[in-house]
Ligand binder design. Structure first.
Ligand code: SAM
Length: 282
């Protein structure tokens, strides 16, 4: 049996046995591999980097979807940048109060191949009548749209490939413009221990653009190197200041059945260790 070796970091990496190769090839944009591993289930990787596995995806998707949505408390319109496997959409459509979801993905083949080989990730969300799918670049979309959103979620790949533009000043400025008054932007922001520049760079951009900003954390086993960070930004302090009792009440009222998210984990996720604070403070 061959092994899949991740090439994200020089001199350090994870290796997963390919127990069954399901797909390998180049899309217009990226190199895509989907395989089965006995421990992690089906695994999808883009350009040498593990994107998701069936075993641990719930940690990432529940955190990135439910933290901004339940902190806001009255979300009707959501924008998702980077659809990929559809795991984020699966969690978003579980919120009954959401009326419209716009999802922008640069690489249609990723969606099609994940729908075929990782159907549990999207679990029907790609067919939800509230969803409008746009194939195109996320930065182009936020730079040109006149639509406004309560929550924007950037579920991107790492900077380097097509997602580089989703980590620049233009992207954050345009997201700020596209948010409603109490709206929240939440972003995939890498593993700070191994990708420190992503944390310090995003902090600089968010500080220059938003009234309220910060980061929240979750440890996802196949995003190796410790806890990963998610960017948080808003034009008001309201959503992040939501207290524990309110989060507990909203979570109970949502009827969500989760495996990772709960109100206590939500609140604790915003506590950052010293080495991350130092990266943020420069
Ligand atoms: N949901 C994944 C997970 O579980 O980790 C996160 C990664 S998801 C596969 C990232 C998606 O973002 C990919 O499908 C990629 O094609 C897409 N993407 C990258 N750059 C983009 C851009 N500039 N605009 C829109 N989508 C982009």
């Amino acid at each position: 049996m061959a092994d899949y070796r991740e090439t994200l970091y020089e001199g350090y990496g994870q290796q997963l046995r390919i127990d069954e190769l399901l797909h390998e090839g180049h899309t217009d944009q990226q190199h895509l591999v989907i395989f089965r591993n006995a421990r992690f289930g089906r695994v999808m990787a883009l350009d040498g980097v593990v994107q998701t596995t069936e075993a641990d995806e719930f940690i990432y998707h529940e955190t990135l979807a439910h933290v901004p949505i339940l902190a806001h408390g009255a979300v009707r319109r959501v924008l998702v940048i980077g659809v990929g496997d559809g795991g984020i959409l699966r969690e978003i459509v579980r919120h009954a109060g959401i009326e419209e979801i716009v999802a922008v993905e640069i690489d249609a083949e990723v969606i099609a191949l994940c729908r075929e080989h990782l159907p549990q990730h999207s679990a029907g969300a790609l067919d939800d009548p509230r969803l409008r799918l746009v194939i195109g670049d996320g930065l182009d979309f936020v730079a040109t749209t006149e639509e406004r959103f309560d929550v924007i979620i950037s579920d991107s790949t790492d900077p380097g490939g097509p997602a580089s533009s989703l980590f620049g000043a233009d992207f954050y400025r345009n997201c700020q413009r596209c948010l409603n008054a109490d709206g929240v932007l939440a972003t995939q922001n890498g593993v700070p221990f191994l990708q420190p520049d992503e944390l310090s760079g995003t902090a600089r951009h968010l500080a220059a653009t938003f009234a309220d900003w910060g980061f929240f954390l979750a440890a996802v086993p196949t995003y190796i190197g410790g806890a990963m960070s998610f960017g948080w930004a808003s034009n008001s302090q309201r959503a992040r200041a939501t207290d524990l009792a309110t989060l507990q009440q909203r979570f109970a009222a949502s009827g969500l059945r989760t495996r990772y998210y709960n109100a206590e984990v939500h609140q604790a996720a915003f506590a950052l260790p010293q080495y991350m604070r130092e990266l943020i403070d420069g």
